[in-house]
Write a protein that binds this ligand. Sequence first.
Ligand code: PLP
Ligand code: SF4
Length: 361
Amino acid sequence: MSRFSSGKTLTRPDELIAAGWAAPAQAKELAEVAARYSVAIPAGVAALIERPDDPIGRQFLPDAAELRTLPQERADPIGDDVHQVAPGLIHRYPDRALLKLTGVCPVYCRFCFRRARVGANNPAGPQGVLDEAALDEAFAYLAAHREIWELIVTGGDPLAVSERRLADLSRRLRAVDHIKILRFHSRVPALTPERITPGLIAALKASGKTLYVALHANHPRELTPEARVACGKLIDAGVAMVSQTVLLRGVNDDVETLSALMRAFVEARIKPYYLHHGDLAPGTSHLRLPLDVGQNLVRGLLGRLSGLCQPIYVVDIPGGHGKAPAGPAYVAREGAGWLIEDWRGGRHVYGDDAGSARKKP
Ligand SMILES: *Cc1c(COP(=O)(O)O)cnc(C)c1O
Ligand code: SF4
């Protein structure tokens, strides 16, 4: 951690050039990128970057390629706006709603699907969290919709807000009986593990709800010893943890890296949950992969790794239509029965009872 032990968060292109991660000649382009999409690299994350194009550098260092926006890319790639029911509250599926508590993250990912809304682009301003009036509106909706069983708290990064605000959220939620599950999506336990304090855990627990934290991590190097300790603290306090990973070119697009990442999660008592196909966020095409590349990587995990290590590969359909499983298919109709593929690629005929009972249309 020598070079970055000062604890300073790097945000400006000249700081990145001084760190040796970009050439002085790139200053102008990088300034353009940083003006469009926020940059923040805390000291602990900076210490993980060995080379600018390594799997950590590619996730967090701005790149001139971000200035190129493809026609299919959009500011709201997964259609949050279509289902917004109160400020920061998205209700897309019947049994769960999603609250964007803040537009701030301790570290800004270059592939972020909400990059047109977070950091300096946050509609509530660069430091913006939902204010009292907005939270009142969101909670009025939550209280009136008894079908909402789970609240997903996201952002930005919800575990980056103050303990006082988290405790306030918990206090409000305590009063909403029909919400049983509270799920936080965060990078904090891995990338700024010093934030996982007894005070933060107490603030979360004050909700009295069943708590889940979905840890966002994309490369095994993010699961440092400090990160594992922080996750252990959450889990020992009764918080269940799952993972989410974004499939990224040059970061985790090989079977060895994905295997090591999924095993690292399971070793840390974190159940792999989603492997996301890269969303069509503006200026991210250099980090996205074709869907069939993702499917082949998932094939590489199946059978070779414990079932505990298998994430679900999902793609979020643009326009707000939700997530769809995008993994490879192993079962196909074959006459009156089925053809099933095994993990080595062998094919097997399977005749089920329902098949023979099927009526011809
Ligand atoms: C991803 C997402 C959810 C959560 O979906 P799960 O499949 O339950 O993880 C909920 N609401 C919105 C708007 C989402 O984008
Ligand atoms: S932590 Fe999440 S919201 Fe924040 S920049 Fe990364 S992907 Fe976007």
